[in-house]
Design a protein around this ligand. Sequence first.
Ligand code: ME8
Length: 517
Amino acid sequence: MAKDDMEKEKFYITTAIPYMNAKLHLGQVYEFILADTMARFNRLMGKDVYFLTGSDEHGQKIYKSAQEKGLPPQKYVDNMVLDMKRILKLYSISNDAFIRTTGKSHEKIVGNIITRLKDNGDLYKGTYEGWYCVPCETFLLDSQLIDGKCPQCNREVEKVKEENYFFKLSNYKDKLIKHIEDNPDFVIPETRRNEVLGLLKQGLKDISVSRTAVTWGIPIPFDSKHYSYVWVDALINYISALGYGLDDDNLYRDYWPADQHHIGKDILKFHAVIWPALLMSTGIELPKHIVVHGWLLLGKEKLSKSKGITLDPDELSEEFGVDALRYFLTRELSFGQDGSFTNQAMIKRYNSDLSNDIGNLVSRSLVMISKYRDGVIPEKSESNAKLQEKWEEVKNLTIKGIEDFNYSKCLIKIWEFINLTNKFIEDSQPWAVAKSSKDSDAKKLNSILYDLAEAIRLSALILSPFMPITCQRIFSQIGINEKIDGMDISKDGQWGKFKGGVKIGKREILFPRIKEK
Ligand code: ME8
């Protein structure tokens, strides 16, 4: 680790690890975008960020999918992981690490933890008789079924009777309630926290943590007939990725406990009840926050491959571009709540916010710098006080908005700055000032053009966690070749940091208008 990083505040952020049974859809990508924006913003705030994602590769569901494709499960998941990594790259997800649950060290750590649960007296052997939902990889009681189907995904369930190891989850009820009451922001947002408390207060049953009928899993070290239940295997990824318990556990020492686990609302119980109980049993510190987002819908419908309700990340990125989608999902959806994607809403935001507001601001400013100053941005001089003040306000409120997971509010604020800059063009009328031959007007024009370039630079800097590629392109267009990654808002976000005096880069349309159908 660089010396610099040792002094920085650490920030460990994770996403859920998707099942490798099918190609990723935009709902799963939505989670990566939320976590990526958070990770990038924290880097911009000078923190030493470790951002983890990965793949959930064991269990019955994946085994079945591999069989259907006629492939050995390992070969099948290897292919799926390659595709997931391709999509992460396509969507500019800046994860520092990628954990695979079929990796050797992960398997070893899972085995060690399960042995620890047993040594602590928290495991016992019993017979599970009940239902199992394969798509959700969840054990279900009779009383949980709705019309005989899974309450979560509304699909058929299987009858299961097998010998399992059970974990004494029921012993942790009071401790969990206390933890959540003592740490009111352990689960975010509050509605989800209340949901967990409600669940806990109803009482907890012990849970199966091993399977005998499903062998595509991690063998239980002390009983050759048993394989880890896929959820226990998957949850442990958050510490196995840091080398927990291995000789080289520097990452674990540096980054655990996690600052934020980002997950969707359907897997709340696993993260806010089962995971902390497993950690309590093994004496490992709990993560600081479980951050729960809502569901991405297509119009009003839940995404469902079988019903043909899909949002394909490849097709959508071709149609709108990745940054426009990243913008839409963070701007249009309220964090924590369900939100919907429609072509119409997407095109509307694209044309008004991206093409018109920011696209035009950059384009008309560059045209004026070309026309009036031969493409050279004037050097810094006196700046417009209103713009400077607005920038300070927007910068502070955006930082606060990110801390509150209010992505949408951040973007609304940033747009106030962008639109004030557009208004500044109208008010200062550079085209009229350019006609004058007075010295004082030449100076005035210089200062207007500098202010425009500086406002554009700062907008791109603060927007970069949301739209990383576009913002880097904006930097090159205003003649700055430094990488935004690695910048720090407390230094680079100061009005006037840009000295000017540089030639602008090649002009390109950032967001070509889309025809409304
Ligand atoms: O649950 N909208 O994997 P997964 C928003 N392997 N988020 C969605 C979504 C949608 N339409 N559909 C899915 C798993 N997600 C487990 C996780 S973690 C130790 C193991 C979210 O592929 C979902 O809520 O079903 C979850 O957070 C993530 O995508 C992966 O879902």
